[in-house]
Design a protein around this ligand. Structure first.
Ligand code: ADP
Length: 425
């Protein structure tokens, strides 16, 4: 790892945890040494080119999301960040009130800007925007599975309209005739939009090159708002301004040896397949039964009694992952929220005990599950390492040799667990 003193260039405010690891991993891929912090810490950030603050503000009350986002930016600004990047989901997940509009409006005022872009596009992952309309693969957002999302159903693909309903700022369109024609054309169009009184421009992007042109044209704005795709282009733009020397070894966080374990609390289709592959490969695995009569600590103790003697022989899996039918059965018996919280507490106890037993490499499946495990291990700051799968990097606790791969439910190929462990052997 390079040890030269380098100023902080980019401060990212991310509206959820796995979204934060996603954007951080893009920045590392493009050569920025990146640190992720969970919430706003009391102390200043460690040395890095980019710092990402992971909030949990996507679906909370707008006023609270605004307050948390401003606190995050104030902390990043105090550490010297030149540009603010508000990161949200590539499917623009928001409720009719926000929180993308209110947070954008508040951050724009706080950064002293009068114009910014909104661009959740990431063509490499099938998220494109044309004439302001967001596509998921070949479908309009409003015809994709997102229309059924339990918390943030997206029933309108026209992002200009969606965003305009969330903010008093004037929203306009930065069309593909500009973003497809290079950075100079984007600059000209941005100037014209600004002259018309537009404060937020939804930006079309159908190819990765469009994002690169957009990044080059936007690097001088005090604020950008986007999914993770824009992060691929910003480091090069900073480099041309002399603000950054991209580092091909930005993801080199140093090897963490020691025992390894996989903890799986996600019940997504992808995670079910990943657990099944581990079982099919006859690797050691222990199933947590949320309906067991024992208390949460006793269930974790039982997992440890099983895992302890096996750890020296290689990684073990402890999982609560179950089929939709099984999850329904558990939820009917315990209540939906109580079931989730019980499993998360069991995973947290298990993580703590595995750590006491010498485990230093953890693969965790599930967004909420990852939050529970990092909190249980007392991890507040993570250095971002190599990419395991798009949007999922290895992370290393900033203060000790402890490696974590935190995977949101639907990410990763079927061999994700073994693949992750090979990369951090
Ligand atoms: P994902 O990223 O796939 O959404 P999360 O960890 O965010 O995964 O959410 C999964 C939720 O399901 C967690 O609250 C977890 O505690 C809960 N859960 C895990 N296993 C079971 C199970 N067998 N029965 C009921 N709930 C479960």
């Amino acid at each position: 790892m390079a040890t030269t003193q380098r100023p902080l260039t980019l401060g990212v405010v991310a509206d959820d945890f796995t979204g934060a690891t996603d954007v951080a991993s893009m920045l590392v891929r493009a050569g920025m040494r990146t640190v992720l912090v969970i919430g706003v810490p009391a102390e200043p950030p460690p040395q890095a080119d980019a710092v990402v603050v992971a909030l949990k503000s996507r679906t909370i009350a707008p006023a609270e999301a605004v307050a948390q986002s401003l606190a995050a930016w104030d902390w990043l600004r105090a550490a010297g960040a030149r540009q603010c990047y508000f990161k949200y989901c590539s499917t623009f997940d928001s409720t009719p009130q926000g929180n993308i509009g209110p947070v954008t409006q508040a951050l724009l005022a706080r950064t002293g800007g009068d114009f910014t872009i909104a661009c959740p596009a990431f063509p490499e992952n099938g998220r494109t925007i044309y004439r302001g309309h967001l596509f998921v693969g070949d479908q309009l957002l409003s015809e994709s599975g997102m229309r059924h999302h339990p918390l943030t159903p997206m029933t309108d693909a026209n992002l200009v309209r969606v965003l305009q309903a969330q903010t008093q700022l004037r929203v306009g369109l930065l069309g593909h005739e500009a973003t497809g024609a290079g950075a100079e054309a984007v600059r000209e169009r941005m100037a014209a939009l600004r002259a018309e009184g537009v404060a937020v421009a939804v930006a079309d992007a159908v190819r990765n090159e469009d994002l690169l042109a957009l990044a080059e044209a936007c690097a001088d704005l005090p604020l950008v708002t986007a999914g993770s795709g824009l992060a691929l282009g910003l480091p090069a733009a900073y480099a041309t301004r002399g603000w950054l020397q991209p580092d091909a070894a930005a993801g080199d966080t140093g090897a963490v040896g020691g025992l390894a374990a996989v903890l799986s609390g996600s019940c997504s289709a992808a995670t079910n397949a990943q657990v099944q592959r581990w079982l099919d490969d006859r690797r050691p695995a222990w199933r947590i039964d949320p309906l067991a009569a024992a208390g949460e600590e006793a269930i974790a103790d039982a997992a440890l009694d099983w895992a302890g003697p096996r750890l020296a022989d290689g990684p073990v899996l402890v999982y609560a992952t179950a089929s939709p039918d099984e999850v329904r059965r558990v939820q009917q018996a315990l209540g939906v929220q109580q079931a989730g919280e019980r499993v998360e507490r069991i995973l947290a106890h298990t993580a703590r005990r595995l750590h006491d037993a010498g485990v230093r490499r953890f693969v965790v499946a599930g967004g909420e599950s990852s939050g529970a495990v990092t909190a249980a291990l007392g991890v507040g700051q993570l250095r971002i390492g190599v990419t395991i799968a798009p949007g999922v990097p290895w992370c290393r606790a900033a203060d000790r040799p402890l490696a974590l791969a935190l995977k949101s439910g639907n990410f990763g190929t079927v061999d994700f667990f073994a693949r992750a462990l090979e990369l951090q052997a």
